[in-house]
Design a protein around this ligand. Structure first.
Ligand code: SF4
Length: 440
Protein backbone atom coordinates (compact mmCIF):
# COMPACT_ATOMS: atom_id res chain seq x y z
CA UNK A 1 0.00 0.00 0.00
CA UNK A 2 1.59 3.31 -1.03
CA UNK A 3 -0.20 5.69 1.37
CA UNK A 4 -1.58 4.22 4.54
CA UNK A 5 -5.30 3.60 4.09
CA UNK A 6 -7.67 4.11 6.98
CA UNK A 7 -10.27 1.51 7.89
CA UNK A 8 -13.11 1.67 10.43
CA UNK A 9 -15.30 -1.14 11.78
CA UNK A 10 -18.77 -1.07 13.27
CA UNK A 11 -20.27 -4.15 14.93
CA UNK A 12 -23.90 -4.95 15.66
CA UNK A 13 -25.18 -7.95 17.58
CA UNK A 14 -23.53 -10.70 19.56
CA UNK A 15 -20.10 -11.47 21.01
CA UNK A 16 -19.39 -13.74 18.07
CA UNK A 17 -19.65 -10.77 15.74
CA UNK A 18 -17.40 -8.75 18.05
CA UNK A 19 -14.75 -11.46 18.05
CA UNK A 20 -14.91 -11.79 14.26
CA UNK A 21 -14.63 -8.02 13.79
CA UNK A 22 -11.53 -8.02 16.02
CA UNK A 23 -9.88 -10.70 13.89
CA UNK A 24 -10.66 -8.84 10.67
CA UNK A 25 -9.39 -5.59 12.14
CA UNK A 26 -6.15 -7.28 13.25
CA UNK A 27 -5.68 -8.72 9.77
CA UNK A 28 -6.22 -5.26 8.29
CA UNK A 29 -3.68 -3.70 10.66
CA UNK A 30 -1.16 -6.45 9.88
CA UNK A 31 -1.66 -5.68 6.19
CA UNK A 32 -0.79 -2.01 6.78
CA UNK A 33 -4.18 -0.34 7.26
CA UNK A 34 -4.61 2.20 10.01
CA UNK A 35 -7.64 1.41 12.14
CA UNK A 36 -9.72 4.46 13.08
CA UNK A 37 -13.04 5.01 14.88
CA UNK A 38 -16.32 5.00 13.02
CA UNK A 39 -16.88 8.72 13.53
CA UNK A 40 -13.50 9.55 11.97
CA UNK A 41 -12.67 9.96 8.28
CA UNK A 42 -11.70 6.64 6.69
CA UNK A 43 -11.14 5.14 3.25
CA UNK A 44 -13.02 1.94 4.02
CA UNK A 45 -15.87 1.29 6.47
CA UNK A 46 -16.91 -2.23 7.39
CA UNK A 47 -20.27 -2.82 9.08
CA UNK A 48 -20.71 -6.25 10.68
CA UNK A 49 -24.48 -6.78 10.86
CA UNK A 50 -26.80 -8.95 12.92
CA UNK A 51 -29.98 -10.73 11.90
CA UNK A 52 -31.47 -10.63 15.37
CA UNK A 53 -31.45 -6.83 15.56
CA UNK A 54 -34.93 -5.51 14.96
CA UNK A 55 -35.18 -3.30 11.90
CA UNK A 56 -31.75 -4.47 10.72
CA UNK A 57 -32.34 -2.88 7.30
CA UNK A 58 -33.26 0.53 8.75
CA UNK A 59 -30.26 0.42 11.04
CA UNK A 60 -28.01 -0.46 8.12
CA UNK A 61 -29.39 2.41 5.99
CA UNK A 62 -28.91 4.82 8.87
CA UNK A 63 -25.27 3.79 9.43
CA UNK A 64 -24.46 3.99 5.72
CA UNK A 65 -25.98 7.50 5.48
CA UNK A 66 -23.94 8.58 8.48
CA UNK A 67 -20.74 7.17 6.98
CA UNK A 68 -21.38 8.95 3.70
CA UNK A 69 -21.87 12.26 5.52
CA UNK A 70 -18.49 11.86 7.25
CA UNK A 71 -16.56 10.47 4.27
CA UNK A 72 -18.47 10.81 0.98
CA UNK A 73 -15.63 9.23 -1.03
CA UNK A 74 -15.20 6.19 1.20
CA UNK A 75 -16.01 2.57 0.37
CA UNK A 76 -18.68 0.86 2.46
CA UNK A 77 -18.69 -2.91 2.93
CA UNK A 78 -21.48 -4.74 4.74
CA UNK A 79 -20.77 -8.16 6.24
CA UNK A 80 -22.33 -10.44 8.89
CA UNK A 81 -25.56 -12.34 9.41
CA UNK A 82 -27.90 -9.82 7.83
CA UNK A 83 -25.60 -9.55 4.82
CA UNK A 84 -25.87 -13.31 4.34
CA UNK A 85 -29.65 -13.31 4.76
CA UNK A 86 -30.57 -10.32 2.56
CA UNK A 87 -27.58 -9.58 0.32
CA UNK A 88 -29.48 -7.99 -2.54
CA UNK A 89 -31.63 -5.84 -0.28
CA UNK A 90 -28.47 -4.46 1.31
CA UNK A 91 -26.64 -4.04 -2.00
CA UNK A 92 -29.54 -1.83 -3.12
CA UNK A 93 -28.99 0.62 -0.24
CA UNK A 94 -27.50 3.80 -1.67
CA UNK A 95 -23.84 4.11 -0.69
CA UNK A 96 -23.14 0.40 -0.19
CA UNK A 97 -20.19 -0.73 -2.32
CA UNK A 98 -19.97 -4.38 -1.40
CA UNK A 99 -21.85 -7.08 0.53
CA UNK A 100 -19.93 -10.11 1.82
CA UNK A 101 -21.63 -13.30 3.02
CA UNK A 102 -20.71 -15.80 5.74
CA UNK A 103 -17.53 -17.14 4.10
CA UNK A 104 -16.48 -14.18 2.00
CA UNK A 105 -16.33 -11.83 5.00
CA UNK A 106 -13.13 -13.61 6.00
CA UNK A 107 -11.62 -12.64 2.62
CA UNK A 108 -12.32 -8.98 3.33
CA UNK A 109 -8.87 -7.67 2.42
CA UNK A 110 -8.85 -9.45 -0.92
CA UNK A 111 -12.28 -7.99 -1.75
CA UNK A 112 -11.22 -4.46 -0.80
CA UNK A 113 -8.52 -4.69 -3.48
CA UNK A 114 -11.07 -5.54 -6.16
CA UNK A 115 -13.89 -3.28 -5.05
CA UNK A 116 -13.56 -0.80 -7.93
CA UNK A 117 -13.73 -3.40 -10.67
CA UNK A 118 -15.80 -6.19 -9.10
CA UNK A 119 -18.45 -7.60 -11.42
CA UNK A 120 -21.04 -7.72 -8.69
CA UNK A 121 -21.46 -5.91 -5.40
CA UNK A 122 -22.66 -9.12 -3.75
CA UNK A 123 -20.32 -11.93 -2.73
CA UNK A 124 -22.57 -14.25 -0.75
CA UNK A 125 -22.67 -18.00 -1.30
CA UNK A 126 -25.62 -20.30 -0.71
CA UNK A 127 -25.62 -20.93 3.05
CA UNK A 128 -25.58 -24.70 2.38
CA UNK A 129 -22.12 -24.19 0.86
CA UNK A 130 -20.72 -22.40 3.91
CA UNK A 131 -18.37 -24.98 5.33
CA UNK A 132 -15.38 -23.33 6.87
CA UNK A 133 -14.60 -22.61 10.50
CA UNK A 134 -12.54 -19.46 11.00
CA UNK A 135 -11.32 -18.99 14.61
CA UNK A 136 -11.32 -15.54 16.18
CA UNK A 137 -11.18 -13.73 19.49
CA UNK A 138 -12.02 -10.19 20.48
CA UNK A 139 -9.34 -7.69 21.41
CA UNK A 140 -9.25 -4.16 22.76
CA UNK A 141 -10.35 -5.08 26.27
CA UNK A 142 -7.47 -5.52 28.68
CA UNK A 143 -9.33 -7.82 31.05
CA UNK A 144 -11.52 -10.10 28.94
CA UNK A 145 -11.66 -11.72 25.51
CA UNK A 146 -14.47 -13.55 23.71
CA UNK A 147 -13.05 -16.59 21.95
CA UNK A 148 -15.08 -18.24 19.22
CA UNK A 149 -14.84 -22.02 19.56
CA UNK A 150 -17.87 -23.05 17.50
CA UNK A 151 -19.95 -21.58 14.69
CA UNK A 152 -23.33 -22.34 13.08
CA UNK A 153 -26.23 -24.42 14.32
CA UNK A 154 -28.04 -27.58 13.20
CA UNK A 155 -31.08 -27.18 15.45
CA UNK A 156 -33.54 -25.08 13.44
CA UNK A 157 -35.70 -23.78 16.28
CA UNK A 158 -38.80 -22.39 14.58
CA UNK A 159 -38.20 -18.72 15.41
CA UNK A 160 -34.50 -18.51 14.59
CA UNK A 161 -32.66 -17.41 11.44
CA UNK A 162 -29.16 -18.05 12.72
CA UNK A 163 -28.73 -21.40 10.91
CA UNK A 164 -29.68 -19.58 7.69
CA UNK A 165 -27.14 -16.84 8.37
CA UNK A 166 -24.23 -18.86 9.78
CA UNK A 167 -24.62 -22.33 8.34
CA UNK A 168 -24.15 -25.73 9.91
CA UNK A 169 -22.56 -26.43 13.27
CA UNK A 170 -18.79 -26.68 13.04
CA UNK A 171 -15.59 -26.27 15.05
CA UNK A 172 -11.90 -27.04 15.02
CA UNK A 173 -10.19 -29.94 16.75
CA UNK A 174 -9.22 -29.56 20.40
CA UNK A 175 -5.57 -29.32 19.38
CA UNK A 176 -6.28 -26.42 17.03
CA UNK A 177 -8.68 -24.73 19.45
CA UNK A 178 -6.07 -24.92 22.22
CA UNK A 179 -3.51 -23.16 20.00
CA UNK A 180 -5.90 -20.25 19.40
CA UNK A 181 -6.80 -20.28 23.09
CA UNK A 182 -3.13 -19.94 24.04
CA UNK A 183 -2.72 -17.01 21.62
CA UNK A 184 -5.65 -15.31 23.35
CA UNK A 185 -4.04 -15.99 26.76
CA UNK A 186 -0.80 -14.43 25.50
CA UNK A 187 -2.60 -11.10 24.95
CA UNK A 188 -2.52 -10.79 28.75
CA UNK A 189 -6.25 -10.97 29.51
CA UNK A 190 -7.50 -12.29 32.86
CA UNK A 191 -10.65 -13.89 31.53
CA UNK A 192 -11.64 -15.81 28.42
CA UNK A 193 -15.29 -16.33 27.48
CA UNK A 194 -15.89 -19.37 25.26
CA UNK A 195 -18.38 -18.30 22.61
CA UNK A 196 -20.30 -19.95 19.81
CA UNK A 197 -23.73 -20.08 18.22
CA UNK A 198 -24.44 -23.42 19.87
CA UNK A 199 -21.30 -23.75 21.99
CA UNK A 200 -22.21 -27.07 23.59
CA UNK A 201 -22.45 -28.62 20.12
CA UNK A 202 -18.66 -28.33 19.81
CA UNK A 203 -17.12 -31.37 18.14
CA UNK A 204 -18.36 -31.35 14.57
CA UNK A 205 -15.71 -31.19 11.87
CA UNK A 206 -14.65 -27.78 10.64
CA UNK A 207 -16.73 -28.25 7.48
CA UNK A 208 -19.70 -29.23 9.66
CA UNK A 209 -20.16 -32.54 7.83
CA UNK A 210 -19.76 -34.99 10.70
CA UNK A 211 -19.33 -35.35 14.43
CA UNK A 212 -15.83 -36.08 15.71
CA UNK A 213 -14.98 -38.08 18.82
CA UNK A 214 -14.28 -34.83 20.68
CA UNK A 215 -16.98 -33.20 22.82
CA UNK A 216 -17.37 -29.83 24.49
CA UNK A 217 -16.62 -31.52 27.80
CA UNK A 218 -13.31 -32.82 26.35
CA UNK A 219 -12.41 -29.27 25.33
CA UNK A 220 -13.16 -27.95 28.83
CA UNK A 221 -11.09 -30.75 30.33
CA UNK A 222 -8.14 -29.89 28.07
CA UNK A 223 -8.38 -26.22 29.15
CA UNK A 224 -8.65 -27.23 32.82
CA UNK A 225 -5.58 -29.48 32.58
CA UNK A 226 -3.38 -26.84 30.96
CA UNK A 227 -4.48 -23.73 32.89
CA UNK A 228 -5.28 -24.95 36.40
CA UNK A 229 -3.36 -22.99 38.99
CA UNK A 230 -2.42 -20.22 36.55
CA UNK A 231 -5.10 -17.78 37.77
CA UNK A 232 -6.76 -17.62 34.36
CA UNK A 233 -10.59 -17.40 34.51
CA UNK A 234 -12.77 -19.03 31.85
CA UNK A 235 -16.54 -18.70 31.33
CA UNK A 236 -18.87 -20.49 28.96
CA UNK A 237 -21.02 -17.83 27.31
CA UNK A 238 -24.23 -19.77 26.77
CA UNK A 239 -25.06 -23.44 26.51
CA UNK A 240 -28.24 -25.28 25.53
CA UNK A 241 -29.74 -27.17 28.53
CA UNK A 242 -29.68 -30.50 26.71
CA UNK A 243 -25.93 -30.10 26.06
CA UNK A 244 -25.00 -28.98 29.56
CA UNK A 245 -24.08 -32.42 30.89
CA UNK A 246 -23.56 -33.42 34.50
CA UNK A 247 -19.89 -34.04 33.61
CA UNK A 248 -19.54 -30.37 32.70
CA UNK A 249 -21.33 -29.15 35.83
CA UNK A 250 -19.26 -31.48 38.06
CA UNK A 251 -16.06 -30.24 36.51
CA UNK A 252 -17.01 -26.58 36.94
CA UNK A 253 -17.89 -27.39 40.57
CA UNK A 254 -14.34 -28.56 41.30
CA UNK A 255 -12.46 -26.17 39.00
CA UNK A 256 -10.71 -22.91 39.77
CA UNK A 257 -10.36 -22.18 36.05
CA UNK A 258 -14.06 -22.32 35.12
CA UNK A 259 -16.23 -19.73 36.81
CA UNK A 260 -19.45 -20.81 38.57
CA UNK A 261 -21.62 -19.02 36.02
CA UNK A 262 -24.00 -20.62 33.52
CA UNK A 263 -26.15 -18.99 30.89
CA UNK A 264 -28.81 -21.45 29.77
CA UNK A 265 -31.43 -20.55 27.14
CA UNK A 266 -34.95 -21.56 28.23
CA UNK A 267 -37.08 -19.50 25.79
CA UNK A 268 -40.36 -20.45 27.46
CA UNK A 269 -41.55 -22.06 30.67
CA UNK A 270 -44.61 -23.43 28.88
CA UNK A 271 -44.19 -26.96 27.52
CA UNK A 272 -46.66 -26.27 24.73
CA UNK A 273 -44.48 -23.35 23.56
CA UNK A 274 -41.25 -25.34 23.90
CA UNK A 275 -42.74 -28.03 21.72
CA UNK A 276 -44.03 -25.55 19.19
CA UNK A 277 -40.60 -23.87 19.06
CA UNK A 278 -39.03 -27.32 18.53
CA UNK A 279 -36.73 -26.94 21.47
CA UNK A 280 -35.05 -30.14 22.62
CA UNK A 281 -36.25 -30.31 26.25
CA UNK A 282 -39.27 -29.61 28.42
CA UNK A 283 -39.66 -27.46 31.50
CA UNK A 284 -39.16 -30.41 33.90
CA UNK A 285 -35.81 -31.20 32.26
CA UNK A 286 -34.77 -27.56 32.55
CA UNK A 287 -35.74 -27.45 36.24
CA UNK A 288 -33.74 -30.62 36.92
CA UNK A 289 -30.67 -29.09 35.28
CA UNK A 290 -30.87 -25.89 37.28
CA UNK A 291 -31.50 -27.82 40.49
CA UNK A 292 -28.50 -30.06 39.81
CA UNK A 293 -26.29 -26.98 39.39
CA UNK A 294 -27.55 -25.34 42.56
CA UNK A 295 -27.07 -28.56 44.58
CA UNK A 296 -23.51 -28.91 43.34
CA UNK A 297 -22.58 -25.21 43.35
CA UNK A 298 -24.94 -23.26 45.64
CA UNK A 299 -23.27 -19.91 44.88
CA UNK A 300 -23.45 -20.38 41.06
CA UNK A 301 -24.95 -17.65 38.93
CA UNK A 302 -27.53 -18.84 36.40
CA UNK A 303 -28.74 -16.57 33.58
CA UNK A 304 -31.76 -17.48 31.45
CA UNK A 305 -32.86 -16.42 27.95
CA UNK A 306 -36.63 -16.07 27.52
CA UNK A 307 -38.67 -15.07 24.46
CA UNK A 308 -42.01 -13.30 24.86
CA UNK A 309 -44.72 -12.88 22.25
CA UNK A 310 -44.04 -16.05 20.25
CA UNK A 311 -46.99 -16.28 17.79
CA UNK A 312 -48.84 -19.00 19.70
CA UNK A 313 -48.13 -17.64 23.18
CA UNK A 314 -51.57 -16.95 24.70
CA UNK A 315 -51.99 -15.07 27.97
CA UNK A 316 -52.25 -18.44 29.74
CA UNK A 317 -49.00 -19.69 28.18
CA UNK A 318 -47.24 -16.50 29.17
CA UNK A 319 -48.51 -16.73 32.76
CA UNK A 320 -47.34 -20.34 32.87
CA UNK A 321 -43.93 -19.30 31.57
CA UNK A 322 -43.73 -16.40 34.04
CA UNK A 323 -44.65 -18.62 37.02
CA UNK A 324 -42.12 -21.24 35.95
CA UNK A 325 -39.25 -18.76 35.66
CA UNK A 326 -40.22 -17.12 38.95
CA UNK A 327 -40.01 -20.49 40.70
CA UNK A 328 -36.47 -21.27 39.49
CA UNK A 329 -33.35 -20.54 41.60
CA UNK A 330 -31.87 -18.39 38.83
CA UNK A 331 -30.06 -15.05 38.96
CA UNK A 332 -31.09 -12.94 35.94
CA UNK A 333 -32.99 -13.09 32.65
CA UNK A 334 -32.23 -11.93 29.13
CA UNK A 335 -35.64 -11.14 27.72
CA UNK A 336 -36.20 -11.11 23.96
CA UNK A 337 -39.34 -9.92 22.28
CA UNK A 338 -40.34 -12.19 19.41
CA UNK A 339 -40.17 -10.53 16.03
CA UNK A 340 -41.09 -11.99 12.68
CA UNK A 341 -38.17 -13.29 10.62
CA UNK A 342 -38.43 -14.24 6.97
CA UNK A 343 -38.02 -17.92 6.06
CA UNK A 344 -38.62 -19.25 9.57
CA UNK A 345 -41.41 -21.68 10.43
CA UNK A 346 -42.80 -19.44 13.17
CA UNK A 347 -43.52 -16.63 10.75
CA UNK A 348 -45.96 -18.90 8.90
CA UNK A 349 -48.11 -19.39 12.01
CA UNK A 350 -51.74 -18.26 11.82
CA UNK A 351 -51.51 -16.91 15.35
CA UNK A 352 -50.20 -13.51 16.29
CA UNK A 353 -49.46 -11.62 19.51
CA UNK A 354 -50.15 -7.87 19.23
CA UNK A 355 -47.04 -5.71 19.59
CA UNK A 356 -48.29 -3.91 22.72
CA UNK A 357 -48.94 -7.28 24.41
CA UNK A 358 -45.39 -8.38 23.50
CA UNK A 359 -44.03 -5.15 25.02
CA UNK A 360 -46.06 -5.60 28.16
CA UNK A 361 -44.83 -9.19 28.61
CA UNK A 362 -41.27 -8.07 28.03
CA UNK A 363 -41.63 -5.40 30.70
CA UNK A 364 -43.05 -7.85 33.24
CA UNK A 365 -40.17 -10.25 32.72
CA UNK A 366 -37.60 -7.49 32.93
CA UNK A 367 -39.05 -6.45 36.27
CA UNK A 368 -38.88 -10.10 37.35
CA UNK A 369 -35.26 -10.23 36.21
CA UNK A 370 -34.34 -7.26 38.41
CA UNK A 371 -36.09 -8.91 41.33
CA UNK A 372 -34.24 -12.19 40.81
CA UNK A 373 -30.93 -10.37 40.48
CA UNK A 374 -31.55 -8.31 43.60
CA UNK A 375 -32.38 -11.49 45.51
CA UNK A 376 -29.30 -13.27 44.16
CA UNK A 377 -26.98 -10.36 44.98
CA UNK A 378 -28.52 -9.96 48.44
CA UNK A 379 -27.82 -13.63 49.27
CA UNK A 380 -24.10 -12.99 48.82
CA UNK A 381 -23.69 -9.85 50.91
CA UNK A 382 -20.96 -10.36 53.52
CA UNK A 383 -19.04 -12.91 51.42
CA UNK A 384 -15.67 -12.49 49.73
CA UNK A 385 -15.17 -13.31 46.05
CA UNK A 386 -12.37 -12.84 43.52
CA UNK A 387 -13.07 -9.93 41.17
CA UNK A 388 -11.40 -8.56 38.03
CA UNK A 389 -11.88 -4.78 37.94
CA UNK A 390 -12.06 -2.88 34.69
CA UNK A 391 -10.91 0.68 33.85
CA UNK A 392 -12.17 3.90 35.49
CA UNK A 393 -15.68 5.08 34.65
CA UNK A 394 -16.73 8.74 34.20
CA UNK A 395 -17.51 9.14 37.90
CA UNK A 396 -14.17 8.01 39.34
CA UNK A 397 -15.32 4.44 40.05
CA UNK A 398 -14.33 1.09 38.60
CA UNK A 399 -16.57 -1.88 37.95
CA UNK A 400 -16.00 -5.58 37.79
CA UNK A 401 -17.60 -9.00 38.16
CA UNK A 402 -17.08 -11.59 40.85
CA UNK A 403 -16.32 -15.15 39.81
CA UNK A 404 -20.07 -15.85 40.11
CA UNK A 405 -21.00 -12.81 38.03
CA UNK A 406 -22.08 -10.30 40.65
CA UNK A 407 -21.55 -6.76 39.41
CA UNK A 408 -19.43 -4.81 41.89
CA UNK A 409 -18.22 -1.26 42.09
CA UNK A 410 -15.71 0.68 44.15
CA UNK A 411 -13.57 3.84 44.03
CA UNK A 412 -11.02 3.72 41.22
CA UNK A 413 -7.64 2.32 42.26
CA UNK A 414 -5.19 1.93 39.42
CA UNK A 415 -3.16 -0.73 41.22
CA UNK A 416 -6.17 -3.07 41.25
CA UNK A 417 -7.22 -2.82 37.60
CA UNK A 418 -6.95 -5.94 35.43
CA UNK A 419 -5.87 -8.16 38.33
CA UNK A 420 -7.73 -10.77 40.30
CA UNK A 421 -8.38 -9.29 43.74
CA UNK A 422 -10.45 -10.49 46.70
CA UNK A 423 -13.39 -8.24 47.39
CA UNK A 424 -15.88 -8.31 50.24
CA UNK A 425 -19.49 -7.59 49.26
CA UNK A 426 -20.91 -5.07 51.74
CA UNK A 427 -24.12 -3.54 50.40
CA UNK A 428 -26.38 -3.49 47.40
CA UNK A 429 -26.96 -0.06 45.91
CA UNK A 430 -30.21 0.94 44.11
CA UNK A 431 -28.55 0.65 40.67
CA UNK A 432 -27.95 -3.07 41.11
CA UNK A 433 -24.27 -2.84 41.90
CA UNK A 434 -22.69 -4.29 45.02
CA UNK A 435 -20.31 -2.02 46.88
CA UNK A 436 -17.63 -3.34 49.19
CA UNK A 437 -13.96 -3.41 50.09
CA UNK A 438 -10.72 -5.14 49.22
CA UNK A 439 -9.58 -8.00 51.41
CA UNK A 440 -5.94 -9.09 51.56
S1 SF4 B 1 -30.25 -23.53 19.17
FE1 SF4 B 1 -32.11 -22.75 18.21
S2 SF4 B 1 -32.16 -20.60 18.86
FE2 SF4 B 1 -30.07 -21.30 19.17
S3 SF4 B 1 -28.97 -20.76 17.28
FE3 SF4 B 1 -29.70 -22.88 17.06
S4 SF4 B 1 -31.67 -22.67 16.01
FE4 SF4 B 1 -31.16 -20.65 16.82
Amino acid sequence: MSTQQKIAFHTLGCKLNFSETSSLANQAEDAGYQRVDMDEQADVYVVNTCSVTENADKECRYIVRKIKRTSPESKVIIIGCYAQLKPQEIADIEGVDMVLGATEKFNLLKHIQTIDHAESKVKAEDIKEVNEFVPSYSSGDRTRTFLKVQDGCDYFCTFCTIPLARGRSRSQSIEETMQVFERAVQTGVQEIVLTGVNTGDYGKTSDGRKRTEETFFDLLLAIENVYKGTGLRVRVSSIEPNLLTEDIIDMVASSNVFMPHFHIPLQSGSDAMLESMQRKYDSAFYREKVTYIKNKIPHACIGVDVIVGYPEETDAHFEESYAFVQSLPVSYLHVFTYSERANTRAVKSDSYVPIEVRRDRNKRLRILSDKLKRQYYQEHIGRVYPVVFEHEDDNGFMNGYTSNYIRVRTKFDETKVGKIVNFQLDRLNPFLFVEGQFVE
